[in-house]
Design a protein around this ligand. Structure first.
Ligand SMILES: Nc1ncnc2c1ncn2[C@@H]1O[C@H](COP(=O)(O)OP(=O)(O)OP(=O)(O)O)[C@@H](O)[C@H]1O
Length: 226
């Protein structure tokens, strides 16, 4: 799916969080790096319409995130920095099923899709567990299942391995590597992005580099050492 930014700009009052950005993203694995406050989350939130451009446009699969807001948002799933906060219902299977409400599906169809996505991520045994009692790795997998059950084409993950131990980092890295969906990952965990197709580096609200992982990460290290 093509994600197209055309002079997309975001200002919060007088502060420009994202300078005019013109860019087309079509790769399956896209990484985004940059120092804190460099505009990464703002750029990602433009894609699913959570943030609207103050100037310029953003389209996903040809749908404008402002003019075609609902259809555009349906193309993208978003896992936030603290995924436990995006779980609405107390039991994991109920939270996953909640995302399928209002889709004219029967109870049996919702149960079938919920079981299938739990099984896809190897977490069927967590179906009846309380979401706030899940470990960090289990929470990430549960949130990914909750988001992907609705069938978005693109999954955006904001720092998915933050706060995870080495074992769970590995688990989430392998899970992301195995996803058939297009993926855009914001990460300070540079190892996660090593095999990606393309890595963007943001600096002070501007796209500072757009390259292969090794070149982009070298550029980022350079910026970070200034
Ligand atoms: N809702 C908001 N209101 C005002 N300013 C904001 C808002 N959201 C972000 N900003 C500002 O915009 C700039 C970019 O923030 P953004 O969250 O996009 O950065 P980031 O690169 O994702 O940072 P981090 O790595 O810390 O998550 C920062 O200066 C931030 O303070």
């Amino acid at each position: 799916m093509d994600i197209v930014f055309t002079a997309a700009t975001v200002a919060y009052g007088a502060r420009i969080a994202l300078q005019p950005l013109t860019l087309t993203l079509s790769e399956r694995r896209i990484g985004v790096v940059g120092l804190n406050g460099s505009g990464k989350t703002t750029m990602a939130r433009l894609i699913n319409g959570l943030v609207k451009p103050t100037a310029g446009t953003v389209t996903v699969d040809g749908l404008d995130t402002v003019a075609d807001e609902a259809a555009a948002r349906g193309k993208t799933g978003f896992i936030f920095q603290n995924p436990q906060h995006q779980m609405i219902l107390p039991i994991l299977a109920e939270d996953i099923a909640f995302g399928l409400k209002n889709r004219k599906l029967s109870k049996a169809e919702i149960a079938g899709k919920t079981d299938a996505i739990l099984s896809r991520f190897g977490i069927s045994h967590l179906a009846r567990r309380r979401v706030h009692e899940l470990s960090g790795g289990e929470t990430q997998l549960g949130a990914i299942a909750s988001v992907l059950v609705t069938g978005p084409d693109l999954l955006i993950l904001d720092e998915p391995t933050n706060q995870l131990d080495l074992k769970n980092r590995g688990l989430i890295e392998r899970t992301i590597a195995g996803l058939p969906e297009q993926v855009l990952v914001i990460s300070h965990d540079l190892a996660l992005l090593e095999d990606f197709d393309r890595v963007l580096v943001f600096h002070e609200g501007r796209l500072a580099a757009d390259d292969t992982p090794s070149n982009a990460i070298a550029a980022y290290r350079n910026l970070a050492s200034c």
